[in-house]
Design a protein around this ligand. Sequence first.
Ligand SMILES: [Zn+2]
Length: 242
Amino acid sequence: MKRLTELLEKNREWADKINQEDPLFFETLAQQQAPEYLWIGCSDSRVPANEIVDMLPGELFVHRNVANVVVHTDMNCLSVIQYAVEVLKVKHIMVVGHYGCGGVAASIEQEAHGLIDNWLRNIRRVFQKHSDFLSVWDHSHQQLDRLCELNVIEQSVNVCETTIVQQAWENGQDLTVHGWIYGLSDGLVNDLEFNASGIAEVEEQYQLAMSKMNKLRELAEASDKGQQSPRSLWDKVKSIFN
Ligand SMILES: [Zn+2]
């Protein structure tokens, strides 16, 4: 029998350290959960939700799965969204992808991966929908970065189209859905500028986010098929739109 003794010891040390720094920390945390944010992110171990935005546990409600996919038949994800929106009354839902996502990369590989291919099929559909757009980058890592971004935008729309979010908006609830992508190499979040706060804004925000993606493609084509870093390309796009 193997036990995770080392981790259990680390847990005790961590709890002691927190108690010394703030004796009321756990007592306060245990009394209530009132986060304003629901984070839907990738399971990737390098993307720790509350650390990235420098928040404490209790400030962020979190759902993670492979490649931050939101499907309308996924009872797990839908239950999290329902609890967050209807009970916790979060004000923001952010879909947070990340560059270099292994799940997104696997979705467009030819080789079979078994069961997970059923899940990754949702991203492959995003790839097929935007295949013209993505063709500029061939099969480079730049193309993967763009697909990671497109996946965030499409999954953000999926969040907006859940009956839960639609109903919340019909009831006048203050709720905005955001599309973000995180850079593993620099620790920075890139706001993909999809920010929908009502039914009427979904299509408008989608078109706005896509027009920025198209500008990015234009700049990439004008340079050398996107050899620049995504960050520098995005900085240019944002300076054009702002
Ligand atoms: Zn990932």
